[in-house]
Ligand binder design. Structure first.
Ligand code: NAI
Ligand code: MG
Length: 478
């Protein structure tokens, strides 16, 4: 098929006042790390250094946790709930005012297309603060005599850096907890801009502390005796390590882990709309999405037609400069993630699945992977079982609804699923039998602060968002 070219439409980065070095944010101030160490975050689209970030060691963690404790007992717990809410509204409005700057920062640090950071990540992050600001003085409708846990340690991944920060910080503050948050080591930039927003909003010192570092920093934060609750989003492996490390303490945890969503297409589905939904399900955010529709289960009699239409559509995905407003798919977040994708794709080829790749031109610097579709995939293949966390779709077929359910549920995960059909009754029947926390019908990857999100089985513990998400930050008082 012939392709036409667009003129470049790059977003300017002039709005971002990028510092060469960012310090830790403890007790309302930016402070140099006691460790004396710094690490670099790169722009994965160029593989060039973006900025340096402070590395928090145990002394830094201790200061951050103590500052969160002091803020909790001296200030935050004494404020009327409606006053807490006002801070959340203020933060939400500042995020909206600085939205363009945040979108540029997120795209440069993470590699995701500016279209997505501008239209999805940043607006949804602001929405989470607005939504939870509204809950702050209505918590009696959630539990009787609501009480916060206290100091919450929050550890987040690199796929939606600011959005995951918002998912964590907004409900924690609304419920009266104070926070020590650690962003992922490859994407700490928007968290440090958020620290500026806390100052700008006049949030009392120590209510939010942000410390940067790697997995060891995260593990030490979890172990700190001053922490009452842990909220983690990331890999299932680390989620299990956290569960083990708090097993003999009275700390509680919510864990939002991996997924391997089945996207089930029945033969009566509106095929062109379904193709769009499948593309959104797996190629959104380079496939770095825990709830990505990475397993396409398609009814056998329409499989050939659907796969052909899908390939034609996917060959039009524009991969390249994330700062270009025409770009659909940006850079893979890190060399390590690219290596993991390559390894799993190689296993798909070795195990006998058929690989198709878009013939798009990939940039030479940075980390890139072309949109990929495997057909002829069977349940036993690694690409059908393991989380690839990249732009790779595995296509399996089924004949009956029962077979679709059996295949969809045959996984260690249970985070999300999609169902495509013209018949409401078929959708409801399928949804009832799926073991997945979130199920989309005739759509995919729709998010809202009011909707609880979370999984079954090895996809995690607890829910985030909505009334259910608030429960994770509250204990019932006496
Ligand atoms: P990861 O789980 O190692 O990292 C997530 C966060 O946890 C980061 O902030 C990291 O510094 C921190 N961390 C790492 N080890 C820790 C420990 N022992 N204790 C406390 N915190 C710790 O994820 P990674 O290595 O970046 O990605 C590996 C795979 O995990 C990906 O390929 C993907 O399959 C999956 N993943 C899933 C995510 C999700 O949204 N469910 C997000 C990120 C990764
Ligand atoms: Mg980076």
């Amino acid at each position: 098929m012939s392709k036409f070219e667009y003129a470049n439409a790059p977003e300017s980065s002039a709005i971002l006042n990028l510092q060469s070095r960012y310090q830790l944010f403890i007790n309302g101030k930016f402070v140099a790390p006691k460790s004396g160490k710094y690490f670099k975050s790169i722009n994965p689209a160029t593989a060039k250094e973006l900025a340096e970030f402070a590395y928090a060691n145990n002394s830094d963690i201790d200061l951050a946790v103590k500052s969160a404790r002091t803020a909790l007992t001296k200030v935050w717990s004494k404020l009327p709930a409606a006053e807490r809410g006002k801070y959340l509204f203020r933060i939400a409005r500042i995020l909206q005012e600085r939205a363009r700057e945040f979108a540029v920062a997120e795209t440069l640090d993470n590699g995701k297309p500016i279209r997505e950071s501008r239209d999805t990540d940043i607006p949804l992050a602001a929405q989470h603060f607005f939504y939870h600001g509204g809950w702050a003085d209505k918590l009696d409708f959630v539990v009787k005599n609501p009480k916060p846990y206290g100091v919450v340690a929050q550890i987040i991944p690199w796929n939606f850096p600011l959005l995951m920060l918002a998912w964590k910080i907004a409900p924690a503050l609304a419920t009266g907890n104070t926070v020590v948050l650690k962003p992922a080591e490859t994407t700490p930039l928007t968290a440090m801009l958020f620290a500026q927003v806390c100052q700008q909003a006049g949030l009392p010192d120590g209510v939010v502390n942000i410390i940067t570092g790697d997995g060891a920093t995260g593990a030490n934060l979890v172990k700190h005796p001053g922490v009452n609750k842990i909220a983690f989003t990331g890999s299932t492996e680390v989620g299990k390590a956290i569960a083990r490390s708090i097993a003999d303490s009275d700390k509680v945890a919510t864990l939002e882990l991996g997924g391997k969503a089945a996207n089930i297409v029945f033969n009566d589905a509106a095929i062109d709309e379904t193709v769009e939904g499948i593309v959104n399900g797996i190629f959104f955010n380079q496939g770095h999405v825990c709830c990505a529709g990475s397993r396409l289960l398609v009814q056998e009699d329409i499989a050939n037609e659907l796969v052909l239409k899908l390939q034609r559509r996917v060959s039009l995905i524009r991969v390249g400069d994330p700062m270009d407003k025409n770009t659909d798919m940006g850079a893979i977040n890190s060399a390590a993630q690219l290596q993991k994708i390559n390894e799993l794709v190689e296993s798909g080829n070795k195990e006998g699945a058929q690989m198709w790749q878009s013939d798009c031109k990939l940039p030479t610097n940075g980390y890139w992977f072309a949109p990929t579709i495997f057909t002829g995939v069977s349940q036993s293949h690694r690409i059908a079982r393991e989380e690839i966390f990249g732009p790779v779709l595995s296509v399996l077929t089924f004949r009956t609804p029962q077979e679709a359910i059996e295949k969809a549920n045959n996984t260690q995960y249970g985070l999300s699923a999609g169902v495509w059909s013209d018949k409401g009754s078929k959708i409801m029947w399928t949804a009832k039998h799926l073991k997945a926390g979130v199920i989309w019908a005739n759509t995919f990857n729709k998010f809202d602060a009011a909707s609880p999100f979370g999984g079954y089985k090895e996809s995690g513990w607890g829910r985030e968002g909505g009334k259910h998400g608030l429960l994770a930050y509250l204990k019932a008082g006496k």
